[in-house]
Design a protein around this ligand. Structure first.
Ligand code: KIV
Length: 282
């Protein structure tokens, strides 16, 4: 799909049965490459807590972190729809907080949409944010901000009751105004059922091929993050290895004096240099 992506691109894709692509990014250069590659949407995920800041989870990520990285991504993305995550406790506390913080992500980070985690409980927030003209992506299943409540990174929706709740939550977030919903870490068959039951696109991550689109954390799909690799990750390239080899080559060449060469040097006019030498010996 060429051209500027928007909420309408998402709507059309679902109608036509075309798959949507989303990747995370946290900086200008990466966003620019992804945008040029033609991805529909770039998610400035609070996964930056893991892959950029090295926290181990997303709990400590702040609004300032999201604005800082969101603005960098927005500057690099010309055609991709930039979705910025609302960090932990920026929307759970009240509808008012949610509205103020969603507004900050739009004004200060220049997001095209915001994403928040949760189902029925956060529907009042989704309703008010969308009423203010801010597009919202919902996020259900293995929602990382609830990792402490889940007791770890565990696949969600496996019991009858949990599966029914997820199905109901997906309908509720659509009703509240979300234009898309991320389904993370749930059984593929359940994700397919949810996809058939809602008219907004489902974007899967560890939720199987039946979703309307897919999202991956880019460090995972490029083999750049080795702390933890979930089962659902496919490494499309081993950029981590390529980077390590390049760093080692640099260290070697600096150490043995083969970098830099004349090709990487700046010259000075011969007469300036000889005059300088003359003056130095005086
Ligand atoms: O923060 C993030 O990167 C996300 C994706 C895993 C969907 O929310």
């Amino acid at each position: 799909m060429a051209g500027k992506n928007s909420v309408l691109t998402f709507k059309e894709a679902k109608k036509k049965g075309e798959k949507l692509t989303m990747l995370t990014a946290y900086d200008y250069s990466t966003a620019k490459i992804m945008d040029e590659a033609g991805v529909n949407s770039i998610l400035v995920g609070d996964s930056l807590g893991n892959v950029i800041l090295g926290y181990g989870d997303t709990i400590s990520v702040t609004m300032e972190d999201m604005i800082h990285h969101g603005a960098a991504v927005a500057r690099g993305a010309k055609n991709a729809l930039v979705v910025v995550d609302m960090p932990f406790m920026s929307y759970q506390t009240s509808v008012y907080d949610a509205l103020v913080n969603a507004g900050r992500l739009m004004k200060e980070a220049r997001a095209g949409a915001v994403k928040l985690e949760g189902g029925a409980r956060v529907c009042p927030q989704i309703r008010e944010i969308t009423a203010a003209g801010i597009p919202v992506v919902a996020h259900l299943g293995l929602t990382p901000q609830s990792v402490n409540a889940f007791g770890g990174h565990k696949v969600q929706g496996k019991s009858l009751e949990a599966a029914k709740t997820l199905l109901e939550d997906a309908k509720r977030v659509e009703e509240a105004g979300a234009f898309a919903v991320v389904l993370e870490g749930i059984p593929a068959a359940l994700a397919s059922m949810i996809t058939a039951e809602v008219s907004i696109p489902t974007i899967g991550i560890g939720a199987g091929a039946g979703c309307d689109g897919q999202v991956l954390v880019y460090q995972d799909m490029l083999g750049m993050y080795s702390d933890f690799t979930p089962k659902f990750v496919k490494k499309f390239a081993n950029v981590g290895e390529v980077m390590k080899e390049a760093f080692q080559a640099y260290i070697r060449e600096v150490s043995d004096g083969t970098f830099p060469t004349a090709e990487q040097e700046y010259s000075i006019p011969e007469e300036v240099l000889s005059q300088l030498k003359e003056e130095m010996v005086k």
